[in-house]
Design a binder for this molecule. Sequence first.
Ligand SMILES: CC(C)NC(=O)[C@H](Cc1c[nH]c2ccccc12)NC(=O)[C@H](CCCC/N=C(/NCCC(=O)O)S[C@H]1O[C@H](COP(=O)(O)OP(=O)(O)OC[C@H]2O[C@@H](n3cnc4c(N)ncnc43)[C@H](O)[C@@H]2O)[C@@H](O)[C@H]1O)NC(=O)OCc1ccccc1
Length: 231
Amino acid sequence: MDRNSGIVVLTGAGISRESGLHTFRDADGIWAKVRLEDVATPEAFARDPDRVQAFYDARRRGLMDPAIQPNAAHRALAAFESRWPGPFLLVTQNIDDLHDRAGSKSLVHMHGELLKARCLHCRWVGVHRGDLASHPPCPNCGIPTTLRPHVVWFGEMPLEMERITHALSTCGLFISIGTSGNVYPAANFVAEARTAGALTVELNLEESAGAAHFHDGEYGPATTVVPDYLD
Ligand SMILES: CC(C)NC(=O)[C@H](Cc1c[nH]c2ccccc12)NC(=O)[C@H](CCCC/N=C(/NCCC(=O)O)S[C@H]1O[C@H](COP(=O)(O)OP(=O)(O)OC[C@H]2O[C@@H](n3cnc4c(N)ncnc43)[C@H](O)[C@@H]2O)[C@@H](O)[C@H]1O)NC(=O)OCc1ccccc1
């Protein structure tokens, strides 16, 4: 592969599974315990904000457990980025901060970040590691009960779509890691990259819903297949 062509990497919950975070659709996944319609939509937040806040407060406290650390797959991606001379963009669907902690720089959280909050009154967005169910005041405008998790719910527009679409339209290699390919528009990125003439590769525990769209696939735990593929 020409060392100056661009690379786009898409990651999903599977890359953080071996760090101790649950995925969504596996047997012990998040959506096996709670319906996304009840906790991850604007309608759910309007209907029962305390329930939604409690759902994300619990995931935030889980993420801040010292036992949850970046794994060999997160680290291999950060190391590869630092030595790749051409354009590189890591697009994650994950709202955890494990890519950030592993040292990834050219990183887009297209579905938001669990450790950030957003104010519905003054539009402030920033790091907020405390619970939101206790209705803390906005650090910027000081009004209580106006903070929501800075995450993208179903039916909401993902973040930085222009930057992502541009990178997909100019990349030479698209790598998808630890995602089931069930959620859009992320599930359509492989098709966009292929249309741009990119080689497309899936690294996953098992074939995803979009496996047929990829030129190639390596299957197994991310902490094994990702370092093997990138080293
Ligand atoms: C359910 C689905 C059908 N619905 C959608 O896709 C909807 C609606 C929709 C839009 N277009 C469509 C077209 C067709 C059908 C439906 C739609 N999409 C939206 O609403 C999106 C917004 C969706 C975002 C919702 N928020 C999330 N997260 C944040 C919150 C939160 O986290 O609580 S989605 C959330 O679920 C998704 C879960 O997927 P995965 O990460 O893949 O996880 P999953 O558990 O499914 O799979 C894990 C995989 O890992 C593998 N694995 C497991 N262990 C390992 C291991 N150890 N190693 C390697 N792999 C492993 C497994 O085998 C498995 O394959 C992720 O995106 C994740 O972020 N917004 C939007 O479309 O706005 C308009 C628009 C349109 C065009 C262009 C721009 C805008």
